[in-house]
Design a protein around this ligand. Structure first.
Ligand SMILES: Nc1ncnc2c1ncn2[C@@H]1O[C@H](COP(=O)(O)OP(=O)(O)O)[C@@H](O)[C@H]1O
Ligand SMILES: [Mg+2]
Length: 432
């Protein structure tokens, strides 16, 4: 008899976006061929998994579902249920769940807490002060100079940060949080942070409370328009690997950032299990952490998981049980590129309900992950959100992966579709 951790025959993925579709696909491809359940899921996920109409904030319903379906592992996609303690509730019901406890998810749920942990752990972060009044905020702005980043402390769905070039803009952002309470309690503390310059990197690692197994570095493209123009979005595409962060540098970053944070969280009695995603800026003075996320990134996941050759289900299950192997995880050298297809009006005012054509054709070329889709009349699929789909392809080089992703994207049509044409452009020589 082999003594390795139990292999889950059924896995429940919590969430309904492109990240969760990519997770469901990669988990289903794992060697044990687990049956995938998803709550609430989406039409794309429903093609490969059993979906259940239970919302991500219905913790009692999710615990009941996991119990009824006798799932061996729950994988939580989005941050809100993690910060709200879903993993704790699963644990209390005796269900193994991959993701941090509420206490550990504070690394994402409070940017001020993350700063405090980084300071204790000696992790290089952008310098900042936390304030709770407009007056303190203005004083901090006047001390720091420009550019300056104004950040709501708590979860704000990616809308809580303003990088200001002028005093008036900075003060407006502070007032939006502390006076107008635009983000509710999430903005009752504001971080005033020195503005840094440099390329950004997303470095994700699976942690089991003590051990850390990283993924290759990835990059996402936040602005809606080509050349990084226009308003920020949830992410219009992603690529992995990136030439400026080769594996040796990624290893160094894990030593400087992830390991000390995991050690510090264990020392505090709130060990970190789950994905620790460091959002880094590579400045001329060295790497600086901008923030932590405590889950897979969306859309980085859509460019990372297609590269997985190893047993993702086994990896996440081992982490959930505190038993990560020290061995590296098998990731292909082949790059992957994900291109997001967004609806008309996104990000300000997405128009939804438009029929989507060409999904099957695109699916023959690349992975097509659903994000904001819904079942249409006549068995088709319609747009149902800002980011509608992500097409993700793996190739022998970034150029190959990119070409395949755009070929697949070309096959898809819906009214008013927006996409960037420059995802992973200019790094075509990266991984040949
Ligand atoms: N100190 C900073 N200097 C310059 N740009 C920053 C700084 N902090 C954040 N940004 C920019 O704002 C974006 C969002 O900030 P981040 O801290 O990642 O918050 P969130 O992802 O929760 O919105 C970053 O990806 C980066 O482009
Ligand atoms: Mg971020």
């Amino acid at each position: 008899m082999c003594e390795s951790a139990a292999v889950a025959e059924r896995i429940l993925v919590v969430g309904s976006g492109g990240r969760e579709h990519a997770l469901a696909v990669a988990l289903a491809r794992s060697p044990g061929s687990p049956a995938i359940h998803c709550a609430p899921g989406n039409p794309g996920i429903a093609e490969i998994a059993t979906t259940h109409a239970v919302a991500v904030d219905d913790h009692a319903g999710l615990v009941r579902l996991a119990t009824e379906q006798r799932v061996g592992l729950v994988v939580v996609g989005p941050e809100a249920p993690l910060v709200a303690g879903l993993v704790d509730e699963m644990a209390a019901a005796g269900i193994a769940a991959f993701g941090p406890t509420a206490a550990a998810a504070r690394l994402e749920g409070s940017k001020a807490f993350a700063k405090e942990v980084m300071a204790s752990a000696g992790v290089p972060a952008a310098a900042s002060v936390a304030v709770t009044t407009v007056q303190e905020g203005v004083a901090a702005v006047d001390q720091m100079g420009f550019p300056i980043a104004i950040k709501a402390d708590g979860l704000a769905s990616g809308k809580g940060v303003v990088v200001a070039m002028r005093r008036a803009e900075a003060i407006e952002a502070i007032e939006a949080c502390l006076a107008d309470r635009r983000f509710g309690a999430a903005g009752d503390t504001v971080l005033i942070e020195e503005g840094l310059v440099g390329p950004e990197v997303s470095l994700l690692a699976v942690c089991d409370g003590t051990r850390v197994v990283r993924f290759p570095a990835a990059r996402d493209y936040k602005p809606i328009g080509d050349g990084n123009t226009g308003p920020n979005t949830g992410g219009m595409g992603s690529v992995s690997p990136i030439p400026d962060v080769p594996d040796a540098l990624a290893d160094e970053l894990v030593e400087q950032v992830h390991r000390p944070v995991v050690a510090e969280m264990a020392r505090r009695g709130t060990p970190f299990t789950g994905v620790l995603y460091a959002g880094l800026m590579m400045t001329v003075d060295g790497p600086r952490v901008l923030e932590f996320n405590t889950r897979f990134g969306d859309p980085e996941t859509q460019a990372l998981l297609p590269r997985v050759d190893g047993d993702l289900a086994g990896l996440l299950e081992a982490a959930a049980h505190g038993e990560l192997p020290d061995a590296p995880f098998a990731i292909s050298d082949d790059p992957a590129v994900a291109v997001v297809l967004a609806s008309e009006g996104y990000p300000a005012a997405p128009v939804t309900g438009d029929p989507i054509e060409g999904l099957a054709e695109a699916g023959r070329i690349a992975d097509v992950y659903h994000a904001g889709t819904a079942p249409g009349e006549d068995g088709g699929v319609v747009t149902a959100g800002g980011r509608v789909l992500a097409v993700s392809a793996r190739g022998a080089s970034v150029a190959d992966a990119r070409a395949a992703a755009y070929r697949a994207a070309d096959a898809i049509r819906f009214r008013g579709m927006q996409r960037r044409s420059d995802i992973a452009a200019g790094i075509d020589g990266a991984a040949s």
